[in-house]
Design a protein around this ligand. Structure first.
Ligand SMILES: [Zn+2]
Ligand SMILES: [Zn+2]
Length: 233
């Protein structure tokens, strides 16, 4: 059995002429097997995560978002790098950062997915044009909570408790640009999960937060239509 370094050398080696022997072919086939298992491993991880977040989003009343959550992970820009840096029990993004200094898969992902607070970083004109985290619309914040619960369960397995997402959040605070109002609401929801459990949290998100957001959006649309009609008269 070759070591990881031997396998890497064999993958780079061209098997031609005299060198096309049994040992070389064995190395190449092992390398192919390794890549195939990383491919299926990553495909399974992404699809399982999508399924778990979808179930959470449906409980929170977010049907469309539940269906399209993280779809960009199947795009070539994210999927190929996910396979290349596949870790099994951890996100491949850190492995890509360690190898190249930047995770292009993550840059692609956070630029297209509104459930990540990093999507909402922009120049804040009210703060003199400095870069800042803008307040997330509540439906994306709720999707972010659904995402964090599913990810914590996947990575912690049997060690997961309802307190785990709050502990992870408190552990990593201060490392990022998050809008203070978004941060306050995220802490409130994760504290509710830790103290009251999933059922109460999902009921609150669905019947209070999401419902209120939709009512306000409906009223806004009516006002906009009225404004447009008055403009025509
Ligand atoms: Zn995502
Ligand atoms: Zn996700």
């Amino acid at each position: 059995m070759e070591s990881a370094a031997d396998l890497k050398a064999l993958k780079q080696k061209k098997c031609v002429g005299e060198e096309k022997n049994a040992s070389c072919m064995k190395g190449v086939s092992e390398a192919v097997c390794e890549n195939a298992s990383k491919f299926t491993g990553h495909l399974k991880t992404v699809t399982k995560h999508k399924y778990e977040v979808m179930k959470n989003c449906f409980k929170a009343g977010l049907y469309y978002q539940g269906l399209v959550h993280d779809l960009s992970k199947y795009s070539p820009s994210e999927f190929i790098r996910g396979v290349k840096y596949y870790q099994g029990d951890r996100s491949p993004n850190d492995a890509e950062r360690r190898a190249t200094g930047v995770s292009r898969a993550w840059l692609h992902h956070k630029g297209r997915n509104k459930h990540h607070f990093e999507y909402w970083i922009d120049y804040d004109l009210s703060a003199g044009g400095k870069m800042a985290g803008l307040e997330m619309p509540v439906i994306y914040l709720v999707e972010m909570v659904c995402d964090r619960i599913a990810a914590s369960k996947t990575y912690m397995k049997e060690a997961y408790t309802d307190s785990a997402p709050l502990e992870y959040f408190e552990h990593s605070k201060g490392k990022y640009f998050m809008n203070p109002k978004t941060e306050k609401m995220l802490r409130k929801l994760l504290t509710m999960l830790a103290e009251d459990g999933e059922d109460d949290l999902f009921a609150y998100m669905r019947y209070v937060l999401v419902r209120k957001y939709r009512k306000q959006r409906g009223r806004r649309l009516v006002e906009e239509m009225k404004g447009a009609l008055h403009g025509q008269i």
